[in-house]
Write a protein that binds this ligand. Structure first.
Ligand SMILES: [Zn+2]
Ligand SMILES: [Zn+2]
Length: 279
């Protein structure tokens, strides 16, 4: 697999001179089968989705978009995805089933339709389909995907485990493990769903919104600490961990200090927009 990090910021984009190195686009990861292939599987549609058009280099997008959940930082790139919004594009968008059983297009339209935005999901050009999914295993674009529910805040959220038959990546950008208890260090529980997602993965891309000293165990913060992501990778025997979904005001300087904490261990990397990882 080849993994393109197109957006690694959480909550809201972070433009400006202090955010050039790690990037300001919100959550989006594009996955291609191998070097030279076009990405066909997109994980989340944050503003980083705009970068996928450039990766494709002219042709339309043809593939599947998996949303972990429906928060703005994971969907706001959708109407700005030029390679997907054209007559010859094909996009199958899957999102977690929410309480109440609403249809996928209806759920998306709650945040993307007039008066909030000029068009609704049906206004995207090309062959778009929208569907909800339940936890479980399915095939998409030649990958085997496992969807597992994780605690977050405000809406049902999945983590995804993606396998191409050789390698496994686990994608858990929004995860609040303190919702299930403080865990051994106070950074949250290493619960069965998180361990199952990360189990033996070649690459774990995980929420690192907080520094461990910022986590108040009694509060439901919605996110995880970098040290929790590292602890999860160790416990689940993941080979590499990418710390992602950076707090929007975490500058390049601050993220550089975070990277310095883990400098002794090459299996831990602070995710940077534009990074390409072979897996
Ligand atoms: Zn998020
Ligand atoms: Zn979220």
């Amino acid at each position: 697999m080849r993994i393109h990090l197109c957006g690694v910021r959480g909550s809201t984009p972070a433009p400006g001179a202090e955010f050039l190195r790690y990037g300001g686009h919100t959550s989006c990861v594009a996955v291609a089968h191998d070097d030279g292939d076009a990405p066909t599987l997109i994980l989340d549609a944050g503003t980083g989705l705009r970068r996928v058009t450039g990766l494709l280099g002219g042709p339309p997008f043809a593939g599947t978009i998996l949303l972990t959940h429906l928060h703005w930082d994971h969907v706001h790139g959708l109407p700005f995805f030029a390679a997907g919004d054209r007559a010859d594009a094909r996009a199958d968008l899957l999102l977690p089933d929410q309480d109440g059983g609403a249809q996928a297009a209806e759920l998306l339209a709650r945040g993307m339709s007039p008066p909030h935005f000029p068009i609704g999901p049906s206004g995207l050009r090309g062959r778009w389909s929208f569907a909800t999914i339940a936890p479980g295993t399915f095939k998409a674009e030649g990958f085997t995907v496992e969807a597992v529910e994780v605690p977050h805040k405000g809406g049902r959220t999945f983590g995804y485990r993606v396998c191409d038959g050789h390698s496994v990546i686990a994608y858990v950008p929004d995860h609040c493990p303190t919702e299930l208890g403080p865990g051994p260090e106070g950074w949250g529980e290493y619960h069965p769903a998180a361990l199952a997602l990360a189990d033996g993965a070649d690459l774990l891309i995980h929420d690192a919104f907080w520094l461990s000293e910022e986590v108040a165990p009694q509060a439901l913060l919605g996110h995880a600490a970098a040290d929790y992501a590292v602890g999860l990778a160790r416990r689940a025997h993941a080979r590499r961990v990418l710390l992602a979904h950076h707090k929007p005001d975490r500058t390049d300087e601050a993220l550089g200090r975070l990277a310095a904490r883990y400098r002794a261990d090459p299996s831990i990397t602070v995710a940077a927009e534009g990074q390409i990882i072979g897996c």
